[in-house]
Design a protein around this ligand. Structure first.
Ligand SMILES: NC(=O)c1ccc[n+]([C@@H]2O[C@H](COP(=O)([O-])OP(=O)(O)OC[C@H]3O[C@@H](n4cnc5c(N)ncnc54)[C@H](OP(=O)(O)O)[C@@H]3O)[C@@H](O)[C@H]2O)c1
Length: 233
């Protein structure tokens, strides 16, 4: 089941998946940052008794100082990254836990560890997704459930994300970019190995460790070099 806002894109993707893999791919058009769209999606997931995997993937970025940006956009990001993850994960776990199988992947970001300025709500909501997933992992382990949760924390990945954000991808060094397929492969390998946290790519694993130890004063100096901050159209 594919869920997003643009029905034409979903229909085309569903056809492509059916043709390529011989599966029945269904889709619904829903804005997960809006109450009605989220309620419909949650009800649908709650009714999928054969649900195997939920991927909370929908997300977007913003740029600029928090106070200077649109409050509506900041709130929309929190509804999508936080509240949609809460509602859809709750619906999914109530199907998966009684069955004792399946997984939830929450697509966070390596920004959960960077916590940079200019990107405040994004880093905060992606950190929240990571901490939320860690807590669920602990609960499932305590319950000895076979159900798995994973916080997937990618770095720069080729997709439409930076186009939507209005950042020129050419302004970011080519060696920093990962293919979406490679990110997905590492995530699924993480599910096989029962890892609750997956940071695809060695460079980003090192980055996450370093950034969580760098003192604030040094982080301020590094901010000026933040490629996302510099890479404007
Ligand atoms: N690309 C990167 O460098 C990168 C790095 C780290 C983490 N991530 C995370 O990876 C996830 C996937 O992003 P991506 O790179 O694939 O970006 P993308 O190409 O822009 O895809 C975002 C997807 O989310 C959907 N979406 C956005 N807002 C939505 C809403 N309100 N309701 C329902 N669906 C919505 C979009 O479809 P519609 O527009 O049709 O709704 C689209 O399918 C995001 O959570 C992002 O934060 C990306």
């Amino acid at each position: 089941m594919l869920i997003a806002r643009r029905g034409d894109r979903l229909e085309a993707l569903a056809k492509e998946l059916s043709g390529r893999h011989g599966v029945r791919a269904e889709w619904i058009e829903a804005d997960l940052a809006a109450e009605d769209g989220l309620a419909r999606a949650a009800a649908l997931i709650a009714g999928l008794q054969d649900l195997a995997l939920l991927v909370n993937n929908a997300g977007f970025g913003t740029r600029g100082y928090f106070h200077a940006g649109s409050l509506e956009e900041q709130e929309r990001m929190h509804r999508l990254h936080v509240m949609a993850t809460v509602r859809l994960t709750h619906a999914a776990l109530n199907v998966l836990i009684p069955r004792g199988a399946g997984a939830v992947i929450n697509v966070a970001s390596v920004a959960a560890f960077a916590r940079s300025s200019f990107n405040t709500s994004y880093c905060a909501t992606k950190s929240w997704m990571t901490v939320f997933t860690e807590g669920l992992h602990l609960e499932l382990r305590e319950m000895r459930s076979a159900v798995q949760v994973q916080a997937l924390c990618p770095g720069f990945t080729n997709s439409e994300f930076h186009d939507v954000l209005g950042v020129d991808r050419k302004g970011i060094a080519s060696w920093l970019w990962m293919k979406a397929e490679d990110v997905v492969e590492e995530s699924l390998r993480g599910i096989e190995r029962r890892k609750w946290l997956v940071i695809p790519g060695l460079v980003y694993r090192v980055f996450a460790i370093v950034m969580s130890k760098v003192p604030l004063r040094l982080r301020l100096a590094l901010e000026a070099r933040n490629p996302q901050r510099q890479a404007r159209r």
